[in-house]
Write a new protein. Structure first.
Length: 405
C-alpha cells in the first residue's frame, strides 16, 4: 500500500450524510484513495447499518458497518439544533463534496441542498443518490435494493421461465449505484478543475439497474426481442459428483461438438434437433439433460480439466467461503487486513497513489472533538457542545465512543 501523500484524492474533503450501503460504499472508495471523509451521524443512533445485526457481539461496529465505513471520521451531531447546523455550515465552507442518499427533497429540507451549500461554497459538489431519481412518479416511495430489482426487470429476468421469481441475493442495485456515484463525483471534480465551479450530480438505484441491462434494453427497444444470455442453450449450471460446474458454450464455431468431445459422448451437434442455434434453443431442456447426465458422473476437477482441454468456458461453482480462500484471491491481495479486521479491499488497482488503509471504521462520534477543533472550535466550545448533547463523542480526543447504534 502506498503513502497517503501520493493518493489521488489526497486533499479532498467529503461531508458524508449517507447510510446503509449505496452511499457508504461510494464514500468508502473515496476514503480508500485519500479523501478525508467526515461521516455525519445522528447522536445515540448513527448510521442505520450500525444496528443491522441485532445482538452482534461488536454492537454498533458490527462487520456489516465495518465493511462500508473504513478510513472515515465520525461526527455525531444533532442537526435539529441551530448549533448543530452551524457546525455543518462551517464544514461545508471548507469541503469539496457533500454526499447524501435520502429520498428526493430530504437534503433540501435539512438545509443542505445544492442551492444553499453553493451559496456557502461556490466550489462545492453536491452528490445525491436516491431510489428512483428526480422524476415525480415515485418520489413518495422509499428506495431499496430489492425494490429496484423488482421495478427494473431484474427479478423478472431468469435463465429459465420455469424457475420461480426470486430476489437476487446480492445488493447489486446498491453497489452499482454507489459506483456510479463515485464516477459522477470524480467527473465533477475534474470539471471543477477546469471551471472553478462546483455542481450537483445524482444517481439512482432505478437508473443504475436499468443501466446494468444496456444490452438487453437496446435489443428490446430496437428489435422488440428479449435478449437473455443466461437462457442460451449451452449456458447453464450442471451438478457433478462432488459439486457443480457452470458452462458457457460460446465464441466457437461448434461449441456443442467440442463439449461432446470433452465429455466423451456422442456428437449431439450432428442430430437434427441440435443442428443449429435455433434448434438448440427450441430443445434446450433436452440438450442440457444430455450434458447433465454425463457431468453427474465426473468429479468437478476432472470435468473442468476435460472442458478446458477443449477451450470451453467453464468454472467450478464455489461458495463465498471457498472463493475467499481461493489462491487467486490470495495472489490478488483481495482480502486486506485492517484495524476493523479482514475486509474486501478496493476493486481496482493503480500503479501509483492507490488504495491505502489509514484507519478502521469509526465508533459513533469517535472524531467529533477533533473535527471541531480542526475547523476552529475552542476546547471550551467543544466541551459545551458535548455537555449540551449537540455533538456526541469522546471528550477532546479520538478515543472511541462505544455507544451502541
Amino acid at each position: 500500500m502506498h503513502s497517503t501523500l501520493t493518493q489521488p484524492l489526497a486533499g479532498v474533503t467529503v461531508i458524508d450524510f449517507t447510510q446503509v450501503m449505496m452511499g457508504p460504499c461510494c464514500t468508502q472508495i473515496l476514503a480508500d484513495h485519500g479523501a478525508r471523509v467526515i461521516k455525519i451521524e445522528r447522536p445515540r443512533h448513527g448510521d442505520l447499518s450500525r444496528g443491522s445485526r441485532p445482538n452482534d457481539p461488536e454492537g454498533a461496529n458490527n462487520p456489516v458497518f465495518k465493511s462500508l465505513n473504513r478510513n472515515k471520521l465520525s461526527l455525531a451531531v444533532d442537526l435539529r439544533s441551530e448549533s448543530g447546523r452551524k457546525i455543518i455550515d462551517d464544514l461545508v465552507r471548507q469541503a469539496d463534496v457533500v454526499v447524501s442518499n435520502f429520498r428526493p427533497g430530504v437534503i433540501e429540507r435539512l438545509g443542505y441542498g445544492f442551492e444553499r451549500i453553493s451559496s456557502l461554497n461556490p466550489r462545492i459538489i453536491s452528490a445525491e443518490g436516491s431510489g428512483f431519481g428526480p422524476g415525480k412518479t415515485l418520489s413518495h416511495k422509499g428506495g431499496q435494493d430489492v425494490l429496484a430489482q423488482a421495478m427494473t426487470g431484474g427479478i423478472a429476468r431468469r435463465s429459465d421461465d420455469n424457475h420461480p421469481l426470486t430476489v437476487y441475493p446480492l445488493a447489486i442495485a446498491d453497489y452499482s449505484a454507489g459506483m456510479h456515484l463515485v464516477q459522477a463525483i470524480l467527473m465533477a471534480l475534474l470539471q471543477r478543475a477546469q471551471t472553478g465551479r462546483g455542481q450537483s450530480v445524482s444517481v439512482s438505484l432505478f437508473e443504475s439497474m436499468l443501466n446494468l441491462q444496456m444490452q438487453e434494453a437496446a435489443v428490446l427497444l430496437q428489435r422488440g426481442e428479449d435478449l437473455n444470455w443466461a437462457a442460451y442453450p449451452l449456458t447453464g449450471v450442471f451438478p457433478t459428483l462432488d459439486g457443480a460446474v457452470v458452462i458457457v458454450g460460446a465464441f466457437k464455431a461448434n461449441p456443442l461438438q467440442d463439449i461432446c468431445q470433452a465429455l466423451e459422448i456422442r456428437d449431439l451437434s450432428q442430430l437434427r434437433e441440435y443442428s443449429d442455434f435455433h434448434a438448440m434453443k427450441m430443445n434446450r431442456s433436452a440438450l442440457q439433460d444430455e450434458i447433465r447426465r454425463r457431468l453427474q458422473e465426473l468429479p468437478t476437477e476432472e470435468a473442468i480439466g476435460r472442458l478446458e482441454g477443449q477451450d470451453i468456458l467453464c468454472a467450478p461453482v464455489l461458495n463465498l467461503a471457498q472463493a475467499l480462500q481461493h489462491p487467486q484471491t490470495v495472489e490478488n491481495s483481495t482480502v486486506v487486513e485492517t484495524p476493523s479486521g479482514k475486509l474486501i479491499g478496493a476493486p481496482f488497482r493503480m500503479e501509483e497513489g492507490s488504495f491505502a488503509i489509514s484507519r478502521g471504521a469509526p465508533y459513533l462520534g469517535e472524531h467529533s472533538a477533533s473535527i471541531l477543533a480542526a475547523i476552529g472550535y475552542s476546547d471550551d466550545e467543544i466541551r459545551q457542545l458535548l455537555d449540551d448533547g449537540i455533538v456526541e463523542g469522546s471528550q477532546l480526543g479520538d478515543q472511541p465512543s462505544r455507544v451502541a447504534g
